[in-house]
Design a binder for this molecule. Structure first.
Ligand SMILES: Cc1cc2nc3c(=O)[nH]c(=O)nc-3n(C[C@H](O)[C@H](O)[C@H](O)COP(=O)(O)OP(=O)(O)OC[C@H]3O[C@@H](n4cnc5c(N)ncnc54)[C@H](O)[C@@H]3O)c2cc1C
Length: 395
């Protein structure tokens, strides 16, 4: 005998839990299946353990997707303020770090506890350490028959909330993508996003001993730019500016760094020349950008001499290098350290208001498994909450 549910949700992460509690509140019989030993593992590790759970400035423009309009409906119907209201109801203290990013004061454990408590209050059954072995659904069927490691289950709606491929050690799997393909869905090419970039050969040799040095930059690639910190690592570069631009970069793309963000480089050099004619370039640069990095720039990419000895063409050349320094990355660190997976289930075949498959009635996709990926800064959780909520209202 199969247990019967209105909705079975596969994946007890951010999107799955939000979907489950929303459907449960509507009186639906809901089962949430998680194959790891506990739910919300990525929430626990997010934001350095403090979970950057939303961004108050969320707009559809903060997402990458082959269809930039797809995310609009769900984001409009479940806003950051809706999630903040739940956080406040649970008396979880939070603060804004920068740029609208909201973090827990204490621990991301409180966000997971809140979601689990809300699921319990809504009558959701959660099964951890449980996997789906087989799914039966014939064309014309009004539901799905699932064979799980805990027995047989019948459900009217099946929601895929199994997330992306990043951090396999936290339970990430290709389950959702494989299932989507099996049911005839197109899956757009997958790649790691919000990920450190690697350097190789002479590019790495020139920087690797500066590992740990951080400096503000504006990183530009393919018509978009992000101003924030860059961190040099022993394998390449990381830090928020690099993680952000990594989602827009692919091997071979031209990636440039403005090393004097907020300054017109030539004006700045000319004023330094006027004010400090005897100081060397590496000294004046080292007072504005990280000292060791400035020294390396002057050893490898720029000539170093007292400011008064540069003529105008030389200063123009230096300004061009400083404002548009080419970063030749060889690749990314991949899913091992990526925060998100770009690409995924093609939005063309999914309803933007309910997240239901246009191919298979009763099948839903939510969260990161869909081809919607947010910037760094709480946008990915906001998409998980909003898409989970949209499906939770529809199942
Ligand atoms: C280190 C790190 C830090 C991050 N920090 C932030 C942050 O601060 N703010 C932010 O907005 N975003 C952050 N993100 C991104 C964010 O965690 C994800 O975008 C978000 O969790 C996606 O939600 P989801 O529910 O779609 O997937 P997930 O939260 O990944 O949940 C998917 C769940 O499905 C389970 N699962 C997978 N396959 C199966 C299967 N076959 N059967 C059953 N269960 C399965 C997984 O174990 C997992 O629990 C971070 C990501 C990482 C890796």
């Amino acid at each position: 005998m199969a247990e019967v549910y209105d909705a079975v949700i596969v994946g007890g992460g951010a999107a799955g839990m939000m979907c489950a509690l929303t459907a449960g509140r509507r009186g639906r019989r809901v089962l949430l299946i998680e194959h790891a030993n506990k739910v919300g593992k990525k929430i626990l590790m997010s934001g350095g353990g403090r979970c950057n759970f939303t961004n108050t400035g969320t707009t559809p423009g903060n997402y990458l997707s082959a269809n930039p309009h797809f995310c609009k409906s769900a984001l409009a119907r479940y806003t950051p303020w809706d999630f903040i209201a739940m956080v406040e109801r649970h008396r979880i203290a939070y603060h804004e770090k920068e740029l609208g990013q909201l973090f827990c004061d204490e621990s991301s454990k409180l966000i997971v506890k809140m979601l689990v408590d809300e699921c319990a209050a809504a009558g959701v059954r959660i099964e951890t350490g449980c996997s789906i072995e087989r799914i039966a659904h014939d064309e014309g069927d009004s539901g799905f028959r699932l064979h799980s490691t805990r027995g047989n289950i019948a459900t009217t709606s099946l929601v895929i909330a199994s997330g992306g491929l990043s951090i396999p050690s936290m339970g990430a799997s290709g389950f959702g993508y494989e299932l989507a393909r099996r049911y005839g869905h197109n899956v757009l090419p997958l790649r790691a996003g919000l990920v450190p970039l690697t350097l190789s050969g002479k590019h790495q040799e020139r920087l690797h001993d500066l590992s740990g040095v951080a400096l503000p930059v504006t990183a530009s690639c393919n018509g978009i730019d992000f101003s924030n910190q860059m961190l040099i690592t022993h394998r390449g570069v990381s830090g928020p500016a690099i993680l952000q631009i990594s989602s827009y970069w692919q091997p071979g793309d031209d990636l440039r760094l403005d090393l004097l963000p907020g300054h017109d480089a030539l004006d700045w050099l000319l004023s330094q020349q006027r004010e400090r004619p005897a100081a060397e370039l590496k000294t004046v640069l080292g007072e504005t950008i990280a000292k060791r990095f400035a020294q390396r720039l002057c050893e490898v990419w720029l000539s170093n001499k007292p400011m008064k000895q540069y003529n105008l063409p030389e200063l123009k050349q230096i300004a061009a290098t400083l404002s548009s320094w080419p970063l030749i990355a060889s690749g990314t660190e991949g899913y091992r350290t990526a925060e998100v997976t770009l690409g995924g289930v093609d939005t063309d075949e999914v309803s933007s208001s309910t997240m239901q498959s246009k191919r298979v009635p009763g099948l839903y996709f939510i969260g990161e498994v869909i081809d919607v990926t947010g910037w760094l800064g709480g946008y990915n959780f906001q998409w998980a909450w909003a898409s989970g909520h949209a499906a939770g209202l529809a199942v």
